[in-house]
Write a protein that binds this ligand. Structure first.
Ligand code: TYM
Length: 394
């Protein structure tokens, strides 16, 4: 049996999940109700099994747990209609392991469904939202973040990456058509915009909606879209893309939502704004090791108490890390859980084992990241007629 890694400490606690802020202990079931999404059912898992021959650990473990129209898109695929994937990154700084979760799954979906991926870097969004970053900085950061995407092994023939500010001629006509259907009062109610919000940020959601329809526009036929992302991005689809799709004659984009990989502190998601408790893909091995070894745990005050009572895996980020990424085998994961909660495994040993796995993972990723520098032109599309030509093809 797999013990679902979710912090159940206090589900009465207030929490906030928006595209720009994630705070508090998240009750993921309540979020489904609040956002009006649907829990991934056993019958959807069975469909995945039928189509791919397996159920990915992220699905089996409920890390990807909620969706919109996933059943619909799988049915169309089964009937012979291809779909494309769409996801993205707001380039604020270095990429951390939490960001990789949706992208690892996206890569898996690309392989299994032979699907094209459209990947948006919202350098404009991050400039507009931030008090300190210049547009030039977010633009440079986007190109640096692109290396993480390439390092994950996406197929360059089927992957189309773009930065908003570099690709605007292609994006803007679609953005204009979307924006005409969204009033300020709708944008305020979905995103919490206030009178003090700058105009750029108020317009921005239309741009994040654009790639949901981009391949349909560029290829002149309606193509279903599936967006893998953490659930914080849902307002863009709920409030904008899915609202305007029928008005513009497109399919509503489908989504598959994941939970947040936590930081290494007590509660809270992994976040670049808390650098000591986030592991960045660019962190040197010594730093990774230090962060893991300094992590909060679900351990007891003394060894004697821990041996007697066992530790609390459910609130422990170290256990969550095994659960998310660093122990793929369910029976090994079950053993870690049992050894932890029975007091057989002490936190120091558990952290050491995890630290060595995370260091190995990050080192391997960094090697691939280095090689990715040669491949950028094979991934980035140019803002020229047709919209899908890469620099490597010119
Ligand atoms: P950004 O850069 O905040 O996040 C990139 C992706 O990572 C997800 N994410 C996480 N997933 C698991 N655990 C975490 N701790 C964690 N933190 C962040 C986010 O949900 C996202 O999928 N506006 C977007 C960029 C964007 C985009 C998109 C994202 C443009 N188009 C389409 C998803 C789909 C942003 O700033 O993401």
């Amino acid at each position: 049996m797999i013990h679902v890694a979710e912090d159940h400490q206090d589900s009465q606690e207030e929490f906030t999940v928006t595209p720009w802020t994630v705070k508090g202990t998240i009750d993921y079931d309540k979020l489904i109700e609040k956002f009006g999404t649907t829990k991934i059912s056993q019958s959807i898992l069975k469909k995945f099994q039928k189509l791919t021959g397996e159920i990915h650990p992220f699905l089996r473990r409920g890390i990807f747990y909620s969706h919109r129209d996933l059943d619909w898109i799988l049915e169309r695929y089964q009937a012979g209609e291809e779909f494309f994937l769409y996801t993205g990154r707001g380039p604020t700084g270095n990429v951390h392991l939490g960001h990789l979760i949706p992208w690892i799954f996206t890569k898996y979906l690309q392989d299994k469904f032979n699907a094209e991926l459209y990947f948006q870097y919202t350098d404009d969004e991050r400039f507009l939202y931030s008090d300190s970053s210049t547009l030039e900085e977010t633009h440079t950061t986007a190109y640096d973040n692109l290396l993480d995407l390439i390092a994950l092994g996406f197929d360059p023939k089927k992957t189309f990456a773009f930065l908003d500010t570099d690709y605007m001629r292609t994006l803007y006509p679609i953005a204009a058509k979307i924006s005409k259907h969204i009033t300020l009062s709708t944008a305020k109610s979905i995103f919490g915009f206030e009178n003090s919000t700058n105009l750029g940020l108020i317009f921005f959601p239309t741009l994040e909606a654009v790639p949901c329809f981009l391949p349909s526009v560029l290829k002149g036929k309606n193509i279903p879209c599936l967006i893998p992302a953490a659930i914080d991005q849902d307002p863009y689809w709920r409030g904008i893309a899915r609202e305007v799709a029928p008005k513009l004659g497109f399919y509503k984009p489908a989504q598959i939502h994941c939970k947040f990989m936590p930081g290494l502190g007590q509660g809270g998601k992994m976040s670049a704004s808390e650098p000591d408790t986030a592991i960045f893909t660019t962190d040197p091995p010594k730093v990774v090791e230090r962060k893991v070894m300094n992590s909060f745990t679900g351990g007891r005050k003394t060894v004697e108490e821990q041996r007697r009572l066992g530790a609390q895996a459910d609130i422990c980020p170290i256990y969550h890390y095994y659960y998310f990424l660093f122990e793929q085998n369910d029976s090994e994961l079950g053993k870690i859980y049992d050894d932890c909660t029975s007091g057989r495994l002490l936190c120091g040993d558990c952290k050491h084992l995890l630290a060595s796995r995370v260091v190995e993972y990050v080192e391997r990723h960094q090697e691939k990241r280095e090689k990715a520098k040669e491949l950028v032109d094979e991934f980035v599309v140019q803002d020229v007629k047709g919209g899908l030509r890469k620099k490597s093809e010119s």
